[in-house]
Structure formats: structure tokens, C-alpha cells
Design a protein around this ligand. Structure first.
Ligand code: DGL
Length: 267
């Protein structure tokens, strides 16, 4: 199976893109609702949780891992790569590639959790590709709890977005990277606030396309993954909540059975 994890429901935006692009493969998802948000935690804690999440997904049959969380990718990708001998995909690389290729004037804004912005990973990766580009980053720590709570179109959410996006508007960014997989759920509000001419980048489809290319080029790996005919996709969470069920339904456009995961690390 293709194993996907995030700190909560945000990674389901990535799971949905993979489900749509690669319908022949079976997915197993884990959302760490009991310990969300990750973005305000230290890199060590995020790394430890990420390893536990991968162990859980492996125990459920995953043979390839997608880190559908920027905070986890920025804090733990190196540790995951050195600890596990299996194909690992993450959301930051595809977002960077897309932003660099689409930005008309090289003024890229990045919004993300504190952990992601503090890591400086976006600036580093963008400037590795284009040293002449300018990157303006803005941590948005209140957005993940708002999304987890299902406050997707509230006046308060719009007010907070106005405040977070004001410095990026002032810098006249031409491209804005959604550096957190929860933010696509606020994409319309974000696009409206930042302005219609700014390209808003959500990496989920680019990641799904990259994964598809990899599987086509590596049939030996593809053969280790179960086909979707073997059963439905599995969506586990470390705490089953009503808000998560509602958000999951909104993301997929259908009810999603959230299964309790009780044997994850030290939860
Ligand atoms: N979806 C996660 C990300 O992409 C949110 C992290 C969090 O829990 O703060 O960063």
C-alpha cells in the first residue's frame, strides 16, 4: 500500500490527489489528531512522531511513504531517509519546483507552520534553483487549528488571514506557496486576500504526478504495492473526532470512515 501521514486532516488533500491520479493503488493514511499540531513543536519531537507514524503505516502494510506534512518533511526527512530503506516522498520538493517554474518575477511568498518556516527549507531549496529569486516567508501558526476545527469560512479566519498575508502583499509577491497541507482548504480565501494575479501553489497534484512517474519507471516497487482491487483505502487517525470527520467529508466529497489507531508510538 501507499502509506501517507500528516499531523491531522490536512494531508488528506494530498491523499485525495493521489487517489485521483493513481486510482489503481491502495492507500493507507494516518492523521495524528491526538498530537496535532506539529508545527509548534521542536524538530526532535516532530522527528520522533514521524518515525512512529512510519512504523504504524508499515505495520498496516505500507511499502512506500508519502510525508504529507511540511512540518514533518522539514524536520524529519533526513532522519526518515536514513532510518528506513523504502521509497520516501514529501511535499516540499514538488512545491518548490512548481513555484520556481511559475513565478514570473522571482518574488515568492511562503506561508507555513512555525516549524516549517523556522527550518528555512523553502528559502534554501528555492535559492538552490534560482539564486536570483527573493523569498518572503510568513509563519501562520493559527491556521492549522482553524482548519482542524472546520472554521473554513468564518469571519475570524478571514481576519487572521488578512493579518498574516498583509506583509506578503506589501512585498508584492507574484507567487504564494501553501507550505502546509492544511492550507488548500483555505485556498479560495487565501487567493481572494492575496489577489487574483498571484499564483497560489498547492503541491498535492504535482506530488501525485511525481509519484506516478516514479511508479511507472520502477515497476519492481509498484509490484510491492497492493492494488485498489484488494480493498478500500484505509484512513486511520490517532483520535476520532467529529470535526475531523466533517473536514474529511469536505475534502473527499464523500463520507470517510475514520478508523482509530491506538498503537502508534507513545500515544
Ligand atoms: N499539514 C501540516 C503541514 O503541512 C500541519 C502541521 C501541523 O500540525 O502544524 O505542515
Amino acid at each position: 500500500m501507499i502509506g501517507i501521514f500528516d499531523s491531522g486532516v490536512g494531508g488528506m488533500t494530498v491523499a485525495r490527489a493521489i487517489e485521483q491520479a493513481l486510482p489503481d493503488y491502495r492507500l493507507v493514511y494516518f492523521g495524528d489528531l491526538a498530537r496535532t499540531p506539529y508545527g509548534s513543536k521542536s524538530p526532535d519531537t516532530i522527528s520522533r512522531y514521524s518515525c512512529q507514524n512510519v512504523d504504524f503505516l508499515l505495520s498496516r502494510g505500507a511499502r512506500l511513504i508519502v510525508v504529507a506534512c511540511n512540518s514533518a518533511a522539514s524536520a524529519a526527512a533526513a532522519r526518515l531517509e536514513s532510518s528506513y530503506d523504502l521509497p520516501l516522498f514529501e511535499v516540499i520538493g514538488p512545491a518548490v519546483k512548481q513555484a520556481v517554474s511559475l513565478s514570473p518575477r522571482g518574488r515568492i511568498g511562503v506561508i507555513g507552520t512555525r516549524a516549517t518556516i523556522r527550518s528555512g527549507v523553502y528559502e534554501r531549496m528555492i535559492r538552490e534553483r534560482r539564486a536570483d529569486f527573493q523569498v518572503f516567508s510568513q509563519p501562520c501558526p493559527l491556521l492549522v487549528p482553524l482548519v482542524e476545527e472546520g472554521w473554513l469560512d468564518k469571519r475570524e479566519t478571514r481576519m487572521i488571514l488578512r493579518r498574516y498575508l498583509a506583509p506578503l502583499k506589501q512585498r508584492q509577491v507574484d507567487t504564494l506557496v501553501l507550505g502546509c497541507t492544511h492550507y488548500p482548504l483555505l485556498k479560495e480565501l487565501i487567493q481572494h486576500r492575496i489577489g487574483p494575479r498571484v499564483k497560489v501553489i498547492d503541491s498535492s497534484r504535482a506530488l501525485a504526478a511525481e509519484l506516478g512517474d516514479f511508479l511507472a519507471a520502477n515497476p519492481d516497487v509498484a509490484a510491492t504495492l497492493s492494488p485498489s482491487s484488494e480493498g478500500e483505502n484505509l484512513y486511520y487517525v490517532s483520535d476520532v473526532t467529529e470535526a475531523a470527520a466533517l473536514t474529511a467529508r469536505r475534502i473527499f466529497g464523500r463520507p470517510i470512515q475514520l478508523r482509530p489507531a491506538i498503537d502508534v508510538g507513545d500515544i
